[in-house]
Design a protein. Structure first.
Length: 135
């Protein structure tokens, strides 16, 4: 397993392992951070409770995002259009594109997120605090 400093070491995590952040009805589990990937990307799972909103519409000025739906169906905003993306769906969101996601179904849903280049994990303490104060 990676020691979180050596970006040349393999990362081996079992299901549920990683750095967990509770964000209200969402839970983020970070699998690989920028310091493990030479700042090339960050990888995280996002799990959303049934009938729950996501992070809110936002954009990243310098980062592309890739979403891969790993469980359930997630409704994703891309620009001005909402689409339903079910297990196995792949979505690339270019930098400077407004996006959001939510779970409108009766079951938990999850997506795998690739944030390119890395660094998303730097924002997680502030995101967790926001959800604690506004949930």
């Amino acid at each position: 397993m990676n020691n979180n400093k050596d970006h040349t070491a393999p990362i081996i995590l079992q299901a549920g392992q990683g750095r967990t952040y509770n964000c209200g009805a969402m839970t983020a589990v970070f699998k690989a951070d920028e310091n493990e990937t030479s700042e090339k990307y960050s990888v995280s799972e996002w799990w959303i409770a049934p009938h729950s909103d996501g992070p809110g519409a936002h954009l990243h000025e310098a980062n592309d995002e890739v979403f891969y739906i790993i469980e359930g169906t997630i409704t994703v905003l891309i620009g001005e259009e909402w689409i339903d993306a079910s297990k196995g769906a792949f979505i690339r969101i270019p930098a400077n594109t407004i996006h959001d996601f939510k779970n409108t179904t009766d079951t938990k849903a999850g997506l795998l997120n690739f944030y390119i280049p890395g660094g998303f994990e730097r924002d997680m303490p502030a995101i967790v605090k926001w959800f604690e104060e506004n949930d």
